[in-house]
Design a protein around this ligand. Structure first.
Ligand SMILES: [Zn+2]
Length: 345
């Protein structure tokens, strides 16, 4: 099969469109002929060699993918050749304490497609049958592949972890990212007010079109936290959805209402930050961390996309062989929504 492969760490130029042996399904596994994959910043970290994951070379990147089941391994009875599926990207063991509790995103033996094991920048992949989530009829492969990380992560953080309530006000930092733009749609579906920040007016215009109630350009607003206090008439926000860390994490504390929840799901702007414990305990603020999602949550997200409640935002699409070009665009961080790879059938 054709795949995007790399043999050494480096820039986009190390990626090559080449041939590699077709995967074969083990017991309980199926082969999925991929039709769409999408990019994540972690792909670039893995390619650059800064991810600290162990994997064999040549490696195939790609966390998210969707396609058609083309081959069944021994013992697979609940899928058929021709089924349209999205592949849950956390390969779990099924027998550890967390898997048994249904919190499979915490599996002690988890391996992620595209990070520890071959991923979705390929024509085919092998996956456990129970990781293949059937697609509602009207959900395209591209929509499915664009949704797994973004909507799955945002759903787990806001609904599962922060228990977002109707009428709450949510501050979403860097609202142009895939996860944050999904968070915006989830907040609006849940009846919350949203204040979004971003670095460009173009991203803010997209967020406004997607329902953001207030938007702030943090590059040309001298004090976004004073602006947030003005926008909320001094009331502050109930939930902060923070994908960036750094100063956003430190300063958000000061615009949170009592019983506010600060959700961290990333920290590329600063991983180690000062933390004002006084503000934190006097106002009963909860610090909540969140990472990935369960397969059950992904199934719900796909159902809501099928119902039209959520609509993944796609910024651009490239053919599989153009993966290095697609990654170069992702690296500019100018996208609103996902960058996709289209995989010919
Ligand atoms: Zn497990």
């Amino acid at each position: 099969m054709k795949a995007i492969l790399f043999d050494t760490f480096g820039g986009p130029e190390v990626l090559r469109y080449g041939d590699i042996a077709d995967p074969t399904p083990g017991p309980g596994e199926v082969i999925v002929d991929l039709r769409a994959a999408s990019l994540n910043h972690v792909d670039i970290d893995v390619r650059d060699g800064v991810s600290r994951f162990d994997f064999a070379m040549p490696h195939i990147l790609g966390v998210e993918g969707a396609g058609v089941v083309s081959e069944l391994g021994a013992g697979v009875t609940d899928l058929a050749v021709g089924d349209r599926v999205a592949v849950s990207y956390i390969r779990t063991c099924g027998h550890c304490e967390w898997c048994k509790r249904g919190q499979d995103n915490l599996c002690e033996n988890r391996r992620l497609f595209g990070e520890h094991i071959p991923g979705t920048y390929a024509e085919r992949m092998a996956a456990p049958a129970n990781h293949c989530l059937p697609l509602p009829e009207n959900v395209s492969f591209a929509d499915a592949a664009a949704s797994l990380v973004a909507f799955g992560t945002a759903w787990h953080a806001l609904v599962g972890r922060a228990q977002l309530q109707v009428g709450e006000t949510v501050l979403i930092h860097s609202i142009g990212s895939g996860v944050a733009s999904a968070a915006l749609q989830i907040c609006k579906a849940a009846g919350a007010q949203v204040i979004g920040t971003a670095s460009t007016d173009a991203k803010l215009a997209r967020a406004t079109a997607d329902g953001a109630d207030h938007v702030i350009n943090y590059r040309n607003d001298a004090d976004i936290y004073a602006t947030i206090q003005d926008l909320t008439k001094g009331r502050g926000v109930d939930v902060v959805f923070d994908v960036v860390g750094g100063e956003a994490f430190t300063k958000s504390m000061f615009v949170m209402r009592p019983y506010g929840r600060l959700i961290s799901i990333g920290a590329h702007a600063g991983e180690v930050v000062p933390f004002d414990i006084i503000e934190f305990f006097r106002r009963h603020i909860s610090y909540i961390s969140s990472h990935t999602q369960t397969r059950d949550e992904l199934t719900r997200v796909l159902r809501l996309i099928g119902l039209g409640t959520f609509s993944p935002r796609v910024h651009s699409s490239y053919s599989l062989r153009e993966a290095s070009k697609a990654q170069a665009e992702l690296a500019t961080r100018t996208n609103y929504g996902k960058i996709m790879l289209d995989i010919p059938g």
